[in-house]
Design a protein around this ligand. Structure first.
Ligand code: 1GP
Length: 258
C-alpha cells in the first residue's frame, strides 16, 4: 500500500490568520489574545481560562515566554487544539520555541533593540525549519517599551526599551518596521510590566500605521484593555492577569465592544 502523506491538522484557518486580522482591522473589529506561558501554567487555572475563552470567543491564544524551559510546549498545543478552534499562535522568546502543532507564528524582529541576533540572526537559523512547516508566518516588528521595571524580555534580549515618554521614537520605529514590510507591529511593555504602554503612545503609533497594531504587557484590567482599543490597538494581549484571575476573561472579551 502506498504511504499516505502526513495530514496536517490545519484546514480552514491555515494561512487565513493574517487576512482575517486585516479584514477585522478594516471593519474596526477588535481582537483579544490570551498569552499562555508553558513554563508558568497551573493546570487548574488553565482549565477555567480555557472554558471561559471558548465561551467568550477569545480570538487568539498566544503561546510562549522568555524561556520555555520545560517540555510543555507540544503537549499544551495538542491539548488546546483538541479542546477548541481558537487559533494558536506561537510567540517565541527564541528560535528554539517552535512547534508544528500551532497554526501560526509571530515571527518577531526586535526592532526597538540593536541586538542583531534578535533582529535577523535567529530568523536565519529558524528559516529552513519554517519553510517546511505548515505554520502561517506573520512577520512582526516587536517594539519593547519601558514598563517601569526590568522585565524578562529586556534582560534576555540585552536591549534597551524605548523610554515610555518617547512617542516620537516609537512612531518612527513602527513606521520603519512597516516600511520594511513587517505585517504587524507589536508594542510590548514586557510581561508583568508595572506600567503598560500608555494610551498616548498607542494613539501616536496607531495613527501612523496601516498594518495591525498589537499591544501587550502589564494589562490587568478590562478598563485598560478598552482604553487601548479606543486608542487604536487592534489586538490586546493579556497573560499574567489571567493567570491570577481567569474570571477576567469575560470582561476583557466585552471590552472589545466598548
Ligand atoms: C504580552 O508579554 C505580554 O505582550 C504579556 O504581558 O503577562 O503582563 O499580561 P502580561
Amino acid at each position: 500500500m502506498e504511504e499516505q502523506p502526513i495530514a496536517h491538522h490545519h484546514s480552514t484557518i491555515n494561512n487565513q490568520l493574517y487576512p482575517n486580522l486585516l479584514a477585522a482591522k478594516q471593519r474596526g473589529e477588535k481582537r483579544l489574545a490570551i498569552l499562555f506561558d508553558p513554563d508558568k501554567l497551573r493546570l487548574q487555572k488553565m482549565e477555567r481560562a480555557l472554558e471561559l475563552a471558548i465561551e467568550c470567543g477569545v480570538d487568539y491564544f498566544f503561546i510562549g515566554g522568555s524561556l520555555v524551559v520545560n517540555s510543555m510546549l507540544d503537549p499544551l498545543l495538542s491539548e488546546l487544539r483538541e479542546r477548541c478552534n481558537i487559533p494558536l499562535l506561537l510567540f517565541p522568546g527564541s528560535s528554539f520555541q517552535l512547534s508544528y502543532k500551532a497554526d501560526g507564528l509571530l515571527f518577531l524582529s526586535l526592532i526597538s533593540g540593536r541586538n542583531p541576533e534578535l533582529l535577523i540572526g535567529q530568523h536565519v537559523v529558524a528559516a529552513p525549519y519554517l519553510k517546511m512547516s505548515p505554520l502561517e508566518i506573520i512577520s512582526t516588528g516587536y517594539i519593547l517599551v519601558d514598563g517601569g521595571v526590568q522585565t524578562s524580555v529586556q534582560y534576555m534580549s540585552n536591549t534597551y526599551p524605548i523610554p515610555a515618554g518617547k512617542n516620537d521614537i516609537a512612531v518612527c520605529t513602527a513606521l520603519a518596521g512597516e516600511m520594511l514590510g513587517l505585517k504587524t507591529i507589536y508594542l510590548e511593555a514586557g510581561s508583568g510590566a508595572l506600567n503598560p504602554v500608555s494610551e498616548n503612545m498607542i494613539e501616536a503609533v496607531s495613527g501612523t500605521l496601516s498594518v495591525p497594531l498589537i499591544v501587550g504587557g502589564g494589562i490587568r484590567t478590562p478598563e485598560k484593555a478598552a482604553a487601548n482599543f479606543r486608542a487604536g490597538a487592534d489586538v490586546v494581549v493579556v497573560g499574567n492577569a489571567i493567570e491570577y484571575d481567569p474570571g477576567l476573561i469575560r470582561e476583557l472579551a466585552e471590552s472589545r465592544k466598548d
